[in-house]
Structures are given as C-alpha cells and as structure tokens.
Design a protein around this ligand. Structure first.
Ligand code: BYC
Length: 472
C-alpha cells in the first residue's frame, strides 16, 4: 500500500487497483455512470475551469494540489489513509483483536447499511446544491461551492469503492442505487431527511455546510474508529477534506452576520431588509431550521441499532481512544433526553442504547463554537442582539421529540399553538422570498454581493480578486 496516488490510471488511487483486475473493471464500468450522473445532476452553471484542490497524496504533508481544472475532468479517485499493520479494534466485544481487513459474515448486512447511508448523503448534497452557481455572491464563493461539490463526489467514490471491493454483487447493486436515488425525489428519495430538503439560496448553503456537513464530521469520526480497517482508513482521509467544507460554512455565516451588523449599526435599526441584507431574526430562523434537521441525522435518542453497531465494533464513539472507560460499556448507564409526564427531561438508559445521544451531544457542543464566533462579531459591532442554538426538542422529526412541539427555548406547545407560532421560529415564505431576492449573481472578478462581507483570506494564499473561476 502506498501513500502516493497512482495518477497514470483511469481511476487515480492508492489502493493498487491495477493488481485486482476484476475490481478495476467493475469500478471502471461504474465510472461512466458516475460521470453521467455528474452531468445530469451536478452543478448546472457552465464553467470553463475552476481553481480546485485535488488530492494527490494522503501523507501528512502536501496531499493537495491546486490548479485550474475543468470540473468534468476532475480526477475523482480512491484514497485511503495509510495502513497501520498493528491496528487493533478499539471498542466493543472484539476490543484488542486485530482490525479486520475483510468483512466478517455476521456483520456484513450492518456494515453495508452504514456504508450505503454514508454514501447516499454525498451525491445528495451535490444535487441539493446544483443550482447555486447561478446566484453566487462572488467568484471566491463560487469556487468554494464547486470544491465542496467535487469532494462530495469523491466521497461517493470512497463508499462505492468499499461496496465494490468488499460486498460483492449486492455491493455493486447498492452502488448503482446511490446514483439512482435523488434528493427530493417522490419515487426514490435520499435516505435521510435533511438530504431531501432544498438548498435554494446561499444562506441555506452556508447553514448546510456549517450544520449538516458537521454531522458528516461526527459520523465519519465514529466510522473512523471502525474495526473494519478499510472503512476506518477511508473515513480518516475524508475527514481532511471535510474540514474545508465546514470552513466554508463557518466563515460564510461569519460574513453574512458581519454585513448585517454593519448595516444595522449604519442605519441604526434592526429592520434592515430594505437595505439589501438579511435581518438578524431571519438568520436566526435559518439557523433554527438547519440545526434542528441536522440533529435528526443522529437518529433516535435511544437506539438498539447503535448499541449493536458499537458492540460489534462497526461504529465507535467520537474520539473513542480519549474516553476513560472500558470501551465496552456493557454495564454502564447514561441519561438521555426524553419527554416525561411533567415535560422535557432526562431518562436513564443503558450507555450502549444511548450512543446516538452521546454523539449528538458532542456535535451540539461543537456547534456552540460557531454561535460564539457570530456573537463576537455582533459584540464587536457594538450590538447587544445575540444568536443562539434552539432547544434540542425544537422542530424534531426523529427520536424522542418527534411527537411534540416546542419553542426554541424549550417550552412545549400544543399543535395549534405551534401552527400559529412556527413562523416566528422557522423561515416563512416572506423570509425566503427576501433571501431569494438578494441572490443576484456576482460573477465579476474582485466584486461581491451587497448582503455578505468579503472573506478575510483567499484560497491557497491567493487574493480575493483572483480569477478563481473562468466562465465561458
Ligand atoms: N431520516 O435506530 P435509529 C454526511 C431511521 S452526513 C430518515 O435511531 P440509527 C454529509 C433509521 O434508518 C453523515 N430516517 O437509527 C453531510 C431507522 O430505520 P429502520 C451521514 C432516519 O440507525 C453533508 C429508524 O429511523 N452518515 O456525511 O441508530 C454533506 C430508527 O432510527 C433518520 C451517517 O449517517 C433520518 N434523519 O441511527 C455530505 C452514518 N434517522 O432501520 C455528506 C451512517 C434515523 O428502522 N448512519 N432514521 O428502517 C448511521 O450511523 C445511522 O444509520 C444513523 C441513524 C445515525 C443515520
């Protein structure tokens, strides 16, 4: 196994694909289907080329190459982090055994399911974002969108490689289905809820890359712990690419908040819609929406699925090796969020069954980081208004709170009250129409839309007014 990718091949890879002719042929026959999917479901804005980062190496240094590339010629490849021959299973009933290089028969169905769910989200996000190019606020942002898109495409390749290499005919069929299901489709929708929502504007895009890509970070983090070593190694490398996506979200929201704050101070009012920016309360509603649908992605507060995955060694905890316990959890208990007779509270359950809650809590505390940053921007502008994460029970469709309604402060509401009040908490048609009206494309070098501040730094040391994208 080499760290350097073989770029002479049709499919760039560091898994010595040419040594396995059957697998190589299978993947080479999937490749045109992928490219067809990219052409028909990928970015709609025609471009000549884009200043993209391409993975060329998985080593600690210099894994990425930057250059202008025609997007359809992007070298989607298969990259796994280097193998540690000594690696052992870190948790569950197989703790201490050598990590698996093949899929044990008894865990085949569960592993395949996890890989399919992960794989399904990657092309879904490309589909959700496909029309955003037409309304990009700058060439810098346009380039970032496309970088995210090509990398999500590569993450699909990562999962398809595992399905082809380790799951036989069923795996190949699942790989076809990953291109067949589509975001928002009535007949064959994507598997998880958030990936069937629209990403119709750039505020949604930044919220998605902040909140929903961050679910990706945490889920990949738990799959990186997997006893199934090829899955672990591919997730490790995907996490490096994922970091850029979250940077796009974090700094994107920074820049929206910064611009809104500027105008609020300048005009000395909260009512800034007429001044061509997004009012703070609308930013809060978008945040409420994207955060709550992303909380749903962690599954139920209690889940026997997750307990089984952990015990089997398929899916660990976030930063498993930093946890100070026996990494088996068979006798342990924990408190999970729940609906009690008197209101919203906590219930004690076995620690294994509560692992979705454990991961969701890690995620929530990471999300707080963004809110802190954005509030600092408001503070520095001299404003007293603040953004906040809504309550865990707010707008949930999956898990313990799916059956109740609650305000962002966590006050329970009847269905009638919710129907009357939800427009105060979630984007209304009027809010969406206003955000939509701001989405005027700025495709001129060095220029930026009125509703967002320019970035502090360009990409790879290039200035903001660099020619990040060449349009026809
Ligand atoms: N929508 O036992 P439960 C990313 C289903 S994002 C619809 O609590 P479990 C990315 C569930 O399937 C990361 N259905 O669930 C981000 C189950 O159905 P069945 C993606 C849902 O299994 C941005 C039932 O409800 N990766 O990478 O403990 C851009 C009971 O649920 C939903 C993964 O998710 C939902 N939200 O946990 C690009 C990792 N939630 O079996 C990429 C792999 C649950 O009863 N997936 N259901 O028919 C998993 O680890 C787990 O399957 C889940 C669910 C965390 C998703």
């Amino acid at each position: 196994m080499t760290a350097t990718a073989d770029y002479g091949e049709k499919i760039p890879n560091n898994v010595e694909l040419k040594e396995d002719r059957r697998l190589q042929r299978a993947l080479e026959s999937w490749q045109p289907n992928f490219l067809n999917w990219w052409e028909s479901m990928g970015p709609t804005l025609p471009t000549e080329d884009v200043y993209l980062r391409t993975a060329v190496n998985v080593g600690r240094e210099g894994w990425a190459h930057f250059g202008h590339v025609a997007m359809k010629d992007y070298r989607w490849g298969i990259f796994l982090a280097e193998r540690d021959a000594e690696r052992e299973v870190g948790f569950g009933q197989h703790k201490g055994e050598p990590a698996w290089q093949k899929v044990p028969g008894e865990y085949r169905a569960d592993l395949q399911r996890l890989i399919v769910i992960q794989g399904d989200t990657e092309p879904a996000s490309v589909e959700q974002q496909r029309n955003l190019g037409a309304t990009a606020p700058s060439l810098y942002d346009l380039r970032n969108l496309f970088q995210v898109n090509v990398e999500e495409g590569r993450h699909l390749w990562a999962m398809v490689y595992l399905l082809h290499a380790y799951f036989g005919r069923e795996g190949r069929e699942e790989a076809e289905q990953l291109l067949h299901r589509n975001s928002g489709s009535d007949d064959a929708p994507r598997i998880l809820g958030a990936f069937n929502e629209e990403t119709p504007d750039w505020l949604s895009f930044f919220m998605f890359t902040y909140f929903t890509d961050r679910d990706g970070k945490f889920q990949l983090g738990t799959l990186k712990e997997s006893a199934f070593d090829p899955l672990s190694r591919t997730c490790e490398f995907m996490l490096k690419e994922e970091a850029h996506h979250m940077m796009v979200g974090t700094t994107g929201i920074d820049r929206v908040v910064e611009r809104t704050a500027q105008v609020m101070v300048e005009k000395d009012t909260d009512e800034v819609a007429a001044h061509g920016v997004v009012p703070l309360d609308v930013i809060q509603k978008y945040l409420n929406f994207h955060y709550s649908v992303s909380l749903d992605l962690f599954g139920g507060e209690t889940s026997t699925n997750v307990a089984n995955y952990y015990t089997a060694g398929l899916k660990g905890r976030w930063l498993e090796d930093r946890r100070k316990d026996d990494h088996r959890l068979t006798g342990d208990a924990m408190m999970v969020d729940s609906v009690l007779e008197g209101g919203i509270g906590e219930t004690e359950v076995s620690a294994l069954v509560g692992l979705n809650t454990d991961l969701r809590r890690e995620y929530i505390s990471d999300c707080q980081g963004g809110v802190k940053r954005w509030n600092k921007i408001l503070d520095q502008a001299g404003l007293t208004q603040r953004l906040a994460l809504p309550h865990i029970a707010f707008n949930r469709q999956v898990g313990a709170f799916a059956g109740i309604e609650a305000t962002p402060d966590g006050k329970q509401l009847s269905a009638d009250e919710w129907a009357k009040e939800q427009g105060n908490y979630l984007p209304t048609d009027v809010d969406k129409a206003h955000v939509h009206s701001l989405m005027q494309p700025v495709h001129e070098r060095g220029k930026i839309a009125s509703w967002i501040a320019p970035p502090r730094n360009g990409i790879n040391g290039q200035p903001f007014d660099y020619d990040y994208v060449h349009l026809p």
